[in-house]
Write a protein that binds this ligand. Structure first.
Ligand SMILES: Nc1ncnc2c1ncn2[C@@H]1O[C@H](COP(=O)(O)OP(=O)(O)OP(=O)(O)O)[C@@H](O)[C@H]1O
Ligand SMILES: [Mg+2]
Length: 408
């Protein structure tokens, strides 16, 4: 990938001496990933020869919803579905004081962040990232389950194994049809069944009867011995669990007190282009908020990430999704400390294993902010202090031995 990027820049600029070292790399990751997963991406990039530990600043790890936010703020109103006018969104909607949710929904990850626009146009995060395993691939999975329901698990399995190229062709056809709007417009969707598949299902007796009986579906049929014809009800059913999961997650967010003043939702990512999802979200959330989907929502993250690389200071602060701290001893207080943690030291009774919180889940932290803390050795002749860092999924964690704690 690195070589391809360099080749492509060389050929479009005509600069033959242009190399990987001249590039400011921006790699995007879902905001909802753990810090460890984000760090893994950085190390993987170093391995690929993209930047290096000695030249860390050459690589920016950008959060996908933030890239998308920067993409959206540079658009005109007419660049959003159902909107008109060539005014820049920055002059109409994306004004200081606007609190909005940025929802990135792609193949398998829903990633939602909440932002506030400050007076100087910079962005501050107002709520920790949320999301989950939702996206377009789950519609594909539901389609496979439908095939298994219709024709039997063994038939589908045998076809996948014996004719992988035909299987891919059929899934690609489904992918294309899934992106269309026929089901939304109450029209039937036709998926081309490969010849080999037709031959295999031909041997299933009373197929039509079986289709209706086994699935209790009245709008599925095989047409002209070539197409699997899915009526709008059946096709929408493939979307239902995924779309309902996304809608209920988003509705849940609007019920949280911290997000009370959010008045706008931006939808980006490939699956945000689905008219079925767009409609379900609008039905559920309007008039609570204004829903805006940029055209070409699927490329918002990538384009926005390159813009972010040029203006990385646009994000002022983020909300911590994890609690961090280190282990300390404190003066033992029998009213609050666990007796099993009592430790008699030179200075008297101490409580060991205390998780001293540096930043807590939900805290707002400025980009580049530093925390200072002074520690003393446990013994008067001690010359060093060791720091052991921990994370916890419980913001009210007490001891480093709690079950919610991990050593970093
Ligand atoms: N018009 C459309 N209608 C429905 N689904 C679509 C449409 N366009 C793209 N998709 C779906 O969007 C998904 C890809 O989106 P995207 O490229 O944003 O995913 P990704 O960033 O690779 O995945 P993720 O963010 O989950 O890691 C695919 O599942 C694809 O089928
Ligand atoms: Mg994505």
């Amino acid at each position: 990938m690195k070589d391809e990027a360099v080749k492509s820049i060389r050929s479009s600029t005509g600069d033959k001496n242009y190399g990987a070292k001249d590039i400011q790399w921006v790699l995007t990751v879902p905001a909802i990933w753990t810090p460890a997963a984000k760090q893994f991406m950085r190390e993987a990039a170093y391995k690929a020869g993209i930047a290096s530990p000695d030249n860390k600043d050459q690589l920016i790890i950008a959060l996908e919803p933030e890239g998308a936010a920067i993409f959206c703020r540079e658009r005109k109103m007419e660049d959003f579905a159902d909107q008109t006018g060539d005014a820049c969104i920055y002059d109409v909607v994306y004004r200081p004081g606007l609190r909005y949710l940025m929802m990135d929904i792609g193949g398998g990850t829903l990633d939602v962040t909440a932002h506030d626009i400050l007076a100087d146009g910079t962005i501050t995060e107002i709520y920790q990232v949320t999301g989950g395993a939702y996206g377009g691939i789950y519609v594909d999975e539901n389609f496979v389950s439908l095939l298994e329901n219709l024709f039997g698990i063994p038939t589908v399995k045998e076809f996948r194994l014996k004719y992988p190229a035909d299987w891919l062709r059929m899934m690609n056809d489904f992918e294309m049809k899934k992106r269309g709007r026929r089901a939304f417009d109450d029209k039937a969707t036709r998926i081309v069944l490969p010849r080999k598949f037709i031959e295999m299902i031909d041997s299933i007796k009373d197929l039509t009867k079986r289709l209706k009986k086994s699935c209790n579906l009245h709008d599925v049929e095989i047409l002209n011995n070539e197409y699997l014809c899915l009526g709008p009800k059946t096709m929408k059913k493939l979307f239902d669990p995924v779309v309902n999961g996304i809608v209920s997650h988003m509705k849940g967010l609007f019920d949280r007190p911290a997000l009370k003043n959010v008045s706008c939702l931006f939808m980006v990512g490939g699956f945000a282009e689905s008219v079925i999802l767009q409609e379900a979200i609008k039905t559920a959330l309007i008039p609570t908020c204004n829903v805006l989907t940029p055209n070409y929502a699927g490329i918002a993250v990538v384009q926005g990430a390159t813009m972010f690389g040029q203006k990385p200071n646009i994000i002022k602060s983020r909300i911590m999704a994890t609690t961090y701290g280190f282990a300390v001893h404190r003066k033992f207080n029998p009213e609050i400390h666990d007796p099993s943690k009592k430790h008699i030291a030179e200075y008297g009774a101490l409580c060991k294993d205390i998780f001293d919180v540096i930043v807590k889940e939900g805290d707002s932290v400025k980009v580049g902010e530093r925390k200072r803390s002074i520690r003393h050795p446990l013994h008067s002749d001690g010359t060093s202090v060791s720091y052991a860092f921990y994370t916890s999924t419980d913001p009210n964690v007490k001891y480093i031995t709690d079950s919610t704690v991990d050593h970093l």
